[in-house]
Design a protein around this ligand. Structure first.
Ligand SMILES: [Zn+2]
Length: 293
């Protein structure tokens, strides 16, 4: 479980190296085209070296001569750069991505911080690591509420999910949410859009099918307790009542509730059906859940 911010932070050294390599290439390209410039820069380096040596040896009288020599070389260099239309910063590092200045984030039209397009690969990696490896084709940016007809309702569901995950709106205190809808109404699609959207906002997110908890390693179960947003898809009373799943979910819900972390369970069963057929400890927790349908 990792956030996009962490992945971008981890890639910083790589970006720095990329900047430095790009600079070296740029400089050597200019030197190849303008050998005189390379000669002047070589002279400047030599001059500085001998000045350093002189000062180490205590030959202070050299300092003044050095300054005037250096100033002459600098003037020569400036003139040469101007005459040949060489940018003054040709030997400086420039951003790999000018759009985000290598921060990895840009401010969107609505004022929120968004992951820059240059970090698209990292974003994909983050989706994969958050349980959405099988849903590469679902892109939050392509979401259209009228895709399956009844756009208004879908938009309301979408807003409900957003508010639930972000702890906004009139039931901001609810930590467990039931997103209920008939089969084949695009619940998984919407859940993935929301989960990816939360990742884009920098949150740690996990998406999984309820059934997969059965064979989950203990280490992964720890992540279920800690991630900021947990989406459990294909939740059904009979699946959640299996011994191991019921045990895990009960603990996970308890810990997440105490920490104020948001959980969305996605199901085609109604809250009433869930309450009557779920493991009794789980039913107790689902009784007070928020409902999106
Ligand atoms: Zn960028």
């Amino acid at each position: 479980m990792v956030t996009i911010k962490e992945l971008i932070e981890m890639s910083k050294a790589e970006t720095e190296a990329e900047r430095s390599i790009a600079k070296d290439l740029k400089v050597s390209e200019y030197y190849r085209k303008f050998p005189e410039l390379a000669a002047i820069d070589g002279d400047l380096i030599e001059l500085r070296k001998s000045n350093m040596l002189a000062s180490l040896e205590g030959r202070d009288e050299y300092a003044e001569r050095f300054l005037s020599k250096e100033s002459n070389l600098r003037k020569k260099r400036e003139k040469y750069l101007a005459e040949n239309n060489i940018p003054l910063d040709f030997d400086q590092e420039s951003f790999v991505c000018a759009k985000c200045e290598d921060t990895g984030f840009v401010t969107g039209k609505d004022g929120t911080l968004k992951v820059c397009s240059c970090k698209k690969d990292l974003l994909e990696e983050c989706y994969d690591r958050s349980g959405m490896r099988d849903y590469k084709s679902v892109k939050p940016e392509n979401f259209r509420s009228d895709y399956l007809g009844n756009g208004e309702k879908r938009k309301a569901v979408m807003n409900g999910l957003l508010n639930a995950c972000l702890g906004r709106g009139d039931k901001a205190d609810k930590n467990i949410w039931i997103y209920q809808g008939a089969p084949q109404t695009g619940k998984t699609f919407l859940s993935i859009v929301i989960a990816k959207g939360m990742i884009n906002l920098g949150k740690s997110v996990l998406y999984l099918k309820c059934e997969s908890i059965e064979d989950m390693e203990d280490e992964d179960i720890e992540d279920l307790k800690l991630c900021e947003v947990l989406v459990i898809d294909d939740f059904a009373a009979d699946i959640s009542s299996r011994r191991r799943i019921a045990y895990v979910l009960n603990t996970v819900f308890e810990i997440r509730n105490a920490a104020g972390l948001k959980t969305v369970i996605v199901t085609y069963e109604s809250q009433k059906e869930l309450l009557s057929a779920c493991d009794v400890r789980l039913a107790g927790k689902l009784k007070n859940a928020g409902l999106i349908s």
